[in-house]
Every structure is written in structure tokens, then in C-alpha cells.
Ligand binder design. Structure first.
Ligand code: SF4
Length: 66
């Protein structure tokens, strides 16, 4: 099952590591915080591990959608 991630903007310092290490999965927005543009690609790159500051968080969807 595909994982989903989000950026914790309080933790993101806009270092750009995620953009560099995983091209086209994230980008820096106008606020200089990362934004996810491709969830699948980000997962392939290692998901939360891509960010050395812990700003990329996996969203756990425990509830089964009906
Ligand atoms: S690597 Fe982490 S702290 Fe750096 S820009 Fe990406 S999400 Fe933000």
C-alpha cells in the first residue's frame, strides 16, 4: 500500500536537502519550506528518511476507508 507523507513546516528549515537528494519529489515553496509534489517518488527515495531534520513525516492511515 502506498505511503503518504507530509511536511512538518515547523521543523522544515528549507535546507533543500530533500530537493537535491530526491529530484522532483519535493520543491521549496515561496515560504522556503518544502512542499511535496510527488508522493510516490518521495517514497521511492526513502520517505521520511530523506529529511535529516525530521520534517518529512509519514501519515499513518489506520482507519480503513469505506
Ligand atoms: S530536507 Fe527537510 S528541512 Fe530540508 S528542505 Fe527538505 S523537508 Fe525541509
Amino acid at each position: 500500500m502506498a505511503k503518504k507523507f507530509r511536511i512538518n513546516k515547523n521543523r522544515c528549515i528549507g535546507c533543500g536537502t530533500c530537493v537535491q537528494s530526491c529530484d522532483k519529489a519535493t520543491k521549496l515553496g515561496g515560504d522556503m519550506k518544502a512542499e511535496i509534489i510527488d508522493q510516490e517518488k518521495l517514497e521511492e527515495c526513502g520517505g521520511a528518511k530523506v529529511c535529516p531534520f525530521g520534517a518529512i513525516e509519514e501519515i499513518r492511515e489506520d482507519k480503513t476507508k469505506k
